[in-house]
Design a binder for this molecule. Structure first.
Ligand SMILES: Cc1cc2nc3c(=O)[nH]c(=O)nc-3n(C[C@H](O)[C@H](O)[C@H](O)COP(=O)(O)OP(=O)(O)OC[C@H]3O[C@@H](n4cnc5c(N)ncnc54)[C@H](O)[C@@H]3O)c2cc1C
Length: 433
């Protein structure tokens, strides 16, 4: 394996890496993705795509495919542990956005991006079973280039490739980030653990609602990821059960795909059976359950080292409390493409991307560590112990409205700003080579 000196090398064929591959193709830049797993499979459960990310998928020509992997989310609701609403607001087009919000199956989104990359770029564009081990910035005939070393997982043989830049979308345990920040160590765990599953059931609320029930210590998130089956009336639903522990005691490894037992968490939710949602029954219907300790990393002051940049979770892994990890991974890839349009496939483009996003994303990582939009449940707990009949006796409506508006602005999906923003990649734009 050698490479093409003008090529973009991408570490990781996840949501960020595959979106960047499609973006490079759109703007006429050659690209190869190196993905560690031997076969890309539809792993994970539900994720939400905010309107800023849906806009980018539509611009990539994937809008018509989204209903096949998910459902438009039209409502977002916080509910106290007594089952009464704290806050409910419209989402997506119903909230005035020009683009919808989608709740999708994470693995099916990855497969949609993967299939589209293979169709548009050819089967060689994604090299599976190739783990990126390290990079080296080097000068080739007076040009700044990057060389990567990969391990071919089937044979254990090490191979090198050279390109114009390396963009690392290799996720939570990024090898590229650990080379760039060698003293950083493991992701940080703050004491919360998520158990995640999917199960079929009758539609809840509007049948298109993201609902979060509970308080700061114990929560249950529910949202559908499919339209109701016209024959059975049942809907595929995503759920997350969350408990808090003493972080000093440590937890098992942070792997998105680790299987778990119901006995690890179901007892704590046994009496969470409301007239409108039977939580223990929904949990029991899931064919498999995955455990994930909620981890993140402290923000770093550098995502770029010469001709190498971090994106997605490799750059800014955050608590999934604001449903913006996958959305931001998509936006990162699009912003990198836009900066290639401005500066060519160069380290200047990578630095411009870093200058544009690093400050805001570092603040968002810390905001999500402080519970993000869910923090309002902490205020409810503080003021009334979570017991209320009418929430506005506890928190006036304008206070909640302001809290939510601040979060959306910080996460890049404030409605007016997004609606007014020009396309990140103008239609038909190509990099001059
Ligand atoms: C298996 C899996 C399941 C997930 N399930 C959920 C979920 O249910 N809910 C949720 O909110 N988020 C989930 N996530 C995380 C979510 O996908 C990310 O937070 C978000 O999409 C950001 O995307 P990303 O592309 O930066 O990272 P990811 O989507 O995590 O993709 C990273 C990719 O890089 C590959 N990789 C890792 N190391 C190397 C290496 N050294 N060389 C080459 N390739 C490498 C990985 O195999 C993976 O394909 C999951 C991630 C994974 C990998």
């Amino acid at each position: 394996m050698s490479g093409d000196d003008a090529r973009v090398l991408i570490a990781g064929g996840g949501i960020a890496g595959l979106t960047l591959a499609l973006t490079c193709h759109q703007i006429g830049v050659p690209v190869t993705v190196f993905e560690s797993v031997r076969e890309i499979k539809p792993l994970g459960v539900g994720i939400n795509l905010q309107p800023n990310a849906v806009r980018e998928l539509i611009d990539l020509g994937l809008g018509d495919a989204l209903p096949s992997i998910g459902i438009e989310a039209t409502e977002w609701a916080l509910v106290g542990k007594n089952g009464n609403d704290v806050w409910a607001e419209p989402r997506g087009v119903e909230a005035g956005y020009r683009w919808p919000q989608y709740s999708v199956h994470r693995g099916e989104l990855q497969m949609l991006l993967y299939r589209t990359v293979l169709q548009r770029l050819g089967s060689d564009a994604v090299q599976t079973g190739m783990r990126v081990l390290r990079y080296e910035n080097r000068s080739v005939s007076g040009m700044q280039r990057v060389q990567i070393e990969c391990e071919h997982r089937a044979t254990g043989v090490s191979q090198v490739a050279t390109g114009a830049v390396l963009v690392a979308g290799d996720g939570l345990h990024s090898a590229v980030r650990s080379q760039m920040h060698p003293d950083e160590g493991d992701p940080k765990w703050g004491g919360q653990v998520l158990w995640r599953g999917t199960a079929e059931g009758p539609p809840i609320r509007s049948g298109a609602a993201f609902t979060l029930v509970g308080n700061m210590e114990q929560r249950f998130v529910h949202y559908p990821i499919r339209a109701a089956d016209p024959d059975t009336g049942l809907q595929m639903q995503n759920w997350i059960a969350e408990l808090s522990f003493d972080p000093a005691e440590g937890w098992r490894s942070s792997d998105w795909n680790r299987r778990a037992e119901l006995s690890d968490f179901l007892p704590a939710f046994e009496d969470w059976n409301f007239a409108w949602l039977d939580i223990p029954a929904l949990i029991r219907r899931a064919p498999e359950v995955f455990e994930y300790p909620m981890v993140d990393r402290d923000p770093v002051d550098q995502w770029v080292d010469g001709n190498v940049a971090l994106m997605g979770d490799a750059a800014h892994v955050m608590y999934p409390v604001g449903s913006n990890g996958a959305s931001q991974a998509i936006v990162d890839a699009r912003v990198i493409g836009a900066r290639f349009l401005d500066h060519g496939v160069t380290s200047d483009a990578l630095s411009a991307y870093e200058s544009q996003l690093l400050g805001d994303m570092s603040a968002l990582v810390l905001r999500n560590r402080g519970a993000g939009p869910v923090g309002i449940l902490g205020v409810v707990e503080e003021r009334c112990g979570g017991v209320f009949d009418d929430i506005h006796d506890v928190i006036p409506r304008p206070e909640i409205e302001e809290f939510m508006a601040r979060y959306k602005a910080a996460a890049g999906f404030a409605v007016d700003a997004l609606n007014a923003a020009p396309a990140i990649i103008p239609a038909g734009a190509r990099v001059n080579r």
